[in-house]
Ligand binder design. Structure first.
Ligand SMILES: Cc1ncc(COP(=O)(O)O)c(C=O)c1O
Length: 438
């Protein structure tokens, strides 16, 4: 029988790398090279690759309890809920809905917000506010809600329209770079948008507390989130925080919103929940949201594979390992160290506008001119070329940006990364940036 040719994968034909094995922070290619995984895949791997303990648990659960409908309880579903309640979820966010990934979770969260208002007799609250630089997923609704032109190509004409407010982008704040009033500027914009659209038409604000790879680890001004939370309360909007990329320790706190004194009404997670050992996402809603839907007899529909027993087993085991090894604290500490090394390497670099991020979600923004912040042309594909160069030198970084926002190189290694790896990451990144920009 003729062997399947490699060109049938992926869908868009391209030369793709074959990885045969992965362990710790390293990937091993079919031709015998080791690659330092400085991005944990798509900012997913948090406990590192190849932990036999997780694989063993997944195998046991697969043998014991292969598949049952999502609303029923199984030992691994119970274990996941217990792990979430023990170390991760605050008292106020314990209505738990488990999905197979981030897009499904965002979609479910938005539906919950619409149902919540409908149940309370305000069905005209149909609009969602999302932000200009963002990524929320790949379904039609989540693509529509994303501030990501590159991922809307060929779809723009058919997508639903939602309301957009600017994502806080301190480097490029219209008032000036890292302007003292930047927080106020973005908040004023949010308030005036709500007023002009009519608060009675808006169900929720959907946002990433620290913007992930679309903006390149954009941390908002410190006064932004408390004020945004207040505005949501003032106008009756639910606050939905998308922590698919930032959740479960990535930014050095359990969730990124905990860098500020706020709590969302609905929290969304994915990637780090099972650290790459299984496809898993989660929506965690407040009691008010949960009981309102329940009392109104509304359904929160599962996908067939939602809360899959093997995936829940992986999630529970990953979360237990994170707690046992204090990996959130490690992410905070190692993130500080990596940031320092990046500052030393790039603070005077003529083509790097800034180093930014929090914990082990960090990024650099590459520009043609550091003084004016003029970007390279999109066709120059600078960040892709930097990522390609670095990969050739044995380190995998994650290219970010949205097409409009460029040229971003993201870092998000597993929290078990060691000092020598951090040094290698920065050395290789500097070489790659130099080779591409000079
Ligand atoms: C912030 C954010 N939301 C949602 C998603 C979509 O998640 P998934 O790719 O698991 O569907 C992503 C994926 O990168 C993300 O970073």
């Amino acid at each position: 029988m003729k062997q399947q040719t490699r060109t049938n994968w992926p869908f868009l034909r391209s030369e793709s790398l074959t990885i045969k094995r992965a362990e710790g922070v390293h990937l091993y290619t079919a031709d015998g090279r080791a690659i330092l995984d400085a991005a944990g895949g798509a900012i997913v791997s948090n406990i590192g690759h190849g932990r036999a303990r997780v694989a063993k648990r997944v195998a046991e659960v697969t043998a014991d309890c292969t598949y049952v409908v999502p609303p029923w309880t199984t030992p691994s579903r119970q274990a996941l809920v217990e792990a979430l309640e023990a170390n991760w979820l605050p008292e106020g966010l314990r209505r738990i809905h488990i999905t197979s990934g981030g897009s499904e979770a965002v979609e479910a969260a938005v539906k919950m917000a619409l149902q919540y208002h409908a149940a309370r007799g305000e069905p005209e609250r149909r609009q969602i506010i999302s932000r200009s630089v963002s990524y929320h997923g790949t379904t039609l609704a989540t693509t529509s809600l994303s501030g990501h032109p590159a991922r809307k190509r060929g779809l723009d004409h058919a997508l639903s329209t939602y309301i957009t407010v600017p994502t806080p982008y301190p480097l490029r704040c219209p008032l000036g770079t890292h302007h003292a009033d930047a927080g106020g500027f973005y908040i004023e914009n949010l308030r005036s948008t709500i007023l002009s659209e009519g608060p009675e038409n808006i169900a929720a604000l959907l946002a990433e507390p620290i913007t992930g790879s679309s903006g390149g680890a954009l941390v908002p001004p410190d006064d932004y989130w408390a004020a945004a939370r207040e505005i949501c309360d003032e106008f009756g909007l639910l606050l939905i925080l998308d922590e698919v990329m930032t959740g479960f320790g990535r930014t050095g706190k359990t969730f990124a919103y905990r860098h500020w004194d706020i709590e969302p009404d609905i929290l969304i997670s994915g990637k780090g929940l099972a650290g790459g050992y299984a496809p898993l996402g989660g929506v965690f809603a407040s009691e008010a949201v949960g009981s309102t839907l329940q009392d109104a007899g509304m359904n929160v529909m599962f996908h067939t594979f939602g809360a899959h027993p093997a995936a829940c087993a992986a999630g529970a085991e990953v979360l237990n390992i994170m707690a046992e090894e204090q990996l959130v604290e490690q992410a905070a500490r190692k993130g500080e160290r990596l940031k320092l090394l990046l500052h030393e390497a790039f603070d005077q670099h003529p083509h790097v506008a800034e180093v930014r991020g929090q914990g082990l979600l960090l990024a650099i923004e590459v520009v043609r001119d550091r003084a004016t912040l003029e970007p390279y042309a999109e066709r120059d594909a600078i960040s892709n070329r930097i990522v390609g160069k670095a990969l050739g030198k044995g380190v995998f970084f994650y290219g970010g940006g949205t097409g409009d926002v460029r040229d971003i190189v993201c870092m998000g290694p597993a929290f078990v990364i060691e000092e020598a790896h951090l040094t290698t990451m920065v050395e290789v990144l500097l070489e790659a940036v130099n080779e591409v920009t000079t």
